[in-house]
Design a binder for this molecule. Structure first.
Ligand SMILES: [Zn+2]
Length: 290
């Protein structure tokens, strides 16, 4: 018993020291400020609360999208957001309510709504993207409105944030090969790493967002070996996000950002900074904070 304990203690000594967590700026590229977070007015997560969460976590820019668009507009237009040092990249949400999640791809009124919203813009500047949208069945990526929206995005230089499987990535890119597709969760269903790699190689404008990605991290919260290799191989193709789709994710915001900082810290510093900040900043033309 005692011998075993000593042996395990000696084994610990042989472990390499854990790298320090990444300490630079974060660009949260998958953020929702949905109506239930602030109820159109105050709580449970009023503007001051969400800005404080970003600030204390070193989140210096966000892609904002929310059901309704009012949350995004509030973030984009408020002097408090600028005072907090958070740059906002607004995206147009497709959903008026929960029913729209499963019907948007064939509902022409959604396309009309997106067109109108794009023309209107926000007080903080024009919209820069569309989404997040969801496709739970990849066949629906061929729905008429899905096709129209991809082509709309391509025409107007808008990015598209899409929660879809790998088959739908092929379909969406076929509608609009010049569109910028940000793949939410890089396949939440766990598309194999080799398949993710093949898609990145086939579509130079495809970017992987890493929230909720199954199999991403292993022991000690560091990257699993296959993901470590993929990120090193494609240093300019990945970004991070919180996906605050329910209020519980706002409560966990500190933890989510700490988890990113942990695995980013084990990567070479320039690569960590790319994934944490530079890749998204380059996509949306956001200057790096001093
Ligand atoms: Zn989301």
């Amino acid at each position: 018993m005692r011998g075993r304990l000593v042996a395990s203690w000696l084994w610990l000594l042989a472990l390499p020291a854990l790298a320090a967590d990444y300490a630079g700026p974060l660009f949260d590229t998958h953020l929702h400020y949905n109506v239930e977070a602030w109820n159109g007015q105050q709580g449970p997560h009023p503007l001051a609360d969400v800005l404080a969460r970003m600030q204390r976590n070193g989140v210096r820019a966000i892609v904002a999208n929310s059901r309704t668009n009012d949350g995004t507009k509030l973030l984009a237009a408020s002097p408090e957001t600028r005072a907090a040092g958070v740059a906002v990249v607004p995206f147009i949400r497709l959903y008026r309510n929960r029913d729209d999640y499963t019907n948007w791809f064939r509902d022409p009124s959604i396309y009309a709504m997106v067109e109108e919203e794009f023309a209107r813009g926000t007080q903080g500047g024009p919209y820069r993207g569309i989404g997040e949208f969801h496709l739970y069945d990849s066949a629906n990526a061929d729905g008429p409105v899905a096709r129209q929206l991809m082509q709309f995005a391509e025409r107007h230089g808008l990015a598209v944030l899409a929660h879809v499987d790998d088959v739908a990535v092929d379909k969406l890119m076929a509608h609009a090969p010049g569109a910028r597709l940000v793949w939410a969760h890089t396949g939440i269903g766990g598309a194999p790493v080799a398949r993710v790699q093949a898609l990145l190689e086939r579509y130079p404008r495809l970017v992987g967002e890493l929230s909720y990605r199954p199999g991403l991290t292993c022991e000690n919260g560091t990257l699993c070996p296959d993901w470590d290799a993929l990120l090193r191989q494609h240093p300019t193709r990945f970004v991070i996000g919180s996906d605050t789709w329910v209020n519980q994710r706002w409560s966990a915001y500190d933890l989510l950002m700490q988890e990113y900082r942990r695995w980013l810290g084990a990567l070479p510093a320039p690569l960590a900074q790319r994934i944490a900040w530079d890749n998204a900043a380059a996509l949306f033309g956001v200057p790096t904070p001093p």
